[in-house]
Write a protein that binds this ligand. Structure first.
Ligand SMILES: [Zn+2]
Length: 105
């Protein structure tokens, strides 16, 4: 299965659609309309494109949400991380990801 892409809420704009701020969700369908269909915890949710940021590659770094809060690209856990570390291991899923402190979600 090839990935269509990944999307996350622009700020808190897509929170009303069930997207946690800073978390990336897999794009299930993007037919060039004004919306995309995302896999939000195994539920397909249609979200206006204007409310999300879409990328083609699978995210491999933490999203910074209200620093120093980070959101895991693997399991969507939100963690408080003190100090501007370059890499941080998620206590929830056990994966290590890089931290780009300029990547504000
Ligand atoms: Zn995690």
């Amino acid at each position: 299965m090839s990935d269509t892409g990944w999307a996350r809420s622009k700020g808190d704009r897509a929170e009303r659609d069930g997207l946690r701020r800073g978390a990336w969700y897999r794009v299930v369908e993007d037919k060039g309309q004004s919306w995309v269909v995302l896999d939000v915890h195994h539920v397909e949710v249609r979200v206006p494109k204007d409310d999300v940021e879409v990328r083609s590659e699978r995210p491999a770094g933490w999203s910074v949400v209200h620093a120093p809060y980070l959101v895991c690209p693997g399991c969507h856990a939100r963690r408080f991380v003190a100090g501007q570390v370059k890499e941080y291991k998620c206590p929830d899923c056990g994966n290590s990801w890089k931290v780009d402190w300029s990547d504000r979600a």
